[in-house]
Design a protein around this ligand. Sequence first.
Ligand SMILES: O=C(O)CCC(=O)C(=O)O
Length: 296
Amino acid sequence: MHSGSARDLSLHHGPLSNLFPRVTSEAERLPWRLNDEQLQFWEENGFVIGPRVLDSLQIDQLRAELTMVSQPGHPGSEFWYEYHSNECRDPGKILFHALGAWRIGVGLHDILWNPRFTTPAAQLLNGPVRFWHDQLFCKPAHHGGVVAWHQDYSYWTRTRPMAHLTCWIGLDDSTIENGCVYYVPGSHRWNLLPITGLAGDMNAIRDVLTAAQWEQFQNPVPVQLRAGECVFHHPLTVHGSFENRTENPRRAVVLNVVRDGVCSESEQPLLEGVPVVPPGTPLGGQFFPLLYTPGH
Ligand SMILES: O=C(O)CCC(=O)C(=O)O
């Protein structure tokens, strides 16, 4: 076991490396903007495939950092908000799920400021992009576990108003065989559903759906992506993913952001180990950096 003697990268509100492109003007962001067709797809379905956000060098760096942070007791392990080396309820399956990697790995930190991500995020949020938290979701080869159907906002009601956004970025090609993410199109117009479990039973959600929702639920759409590509989803869009039974891992970095101005609703720490943000106070400070303000 290593001893934790790493620095906390959350103290740095900007890129620490040159891994990702740096832009100084809005014009440079144009190639990464979502077009009208993509924005219309988003409105109708509650998810949309975004631009390619990572090249092969960046993917290699992030995979290496992910391997490092998967080792128990690695340097910086004290900085995780949550760390589940296996979140699966089924003991024969594995789902690695952890929040807080941006505090530990330089690439996992700098990806937050990647303009290929922040540009479309600002469009979908319709305003400045503030960081909420990150997540790693990794399904190892052969026995990777499921992520049960859920809406992200069911886990985030301690922050308000609902102006949240998720960006799922593959570090491997994601396919139906290895457990890519599926979406229920149009479910972003549903009511907020209660939590029915993240890494357990794929059928658990059925108990909380109306007959009409259950009918709409019958045709979830698999989003198969190449490594480095991304998909955005709305905080109410129902999504989940099945097992990985292939010979290779299926790894993903997920970035969760809010429109600047979203407030705490809680007298408890919003994330483990983070100072309380009093109810009614906008997210900000060391743990919730502003990533991009359009026009600045
Ligand atoms: O990676 C997965 O399979 C699930 C990801 C997920 O639930 C999310 O991005 O909110």
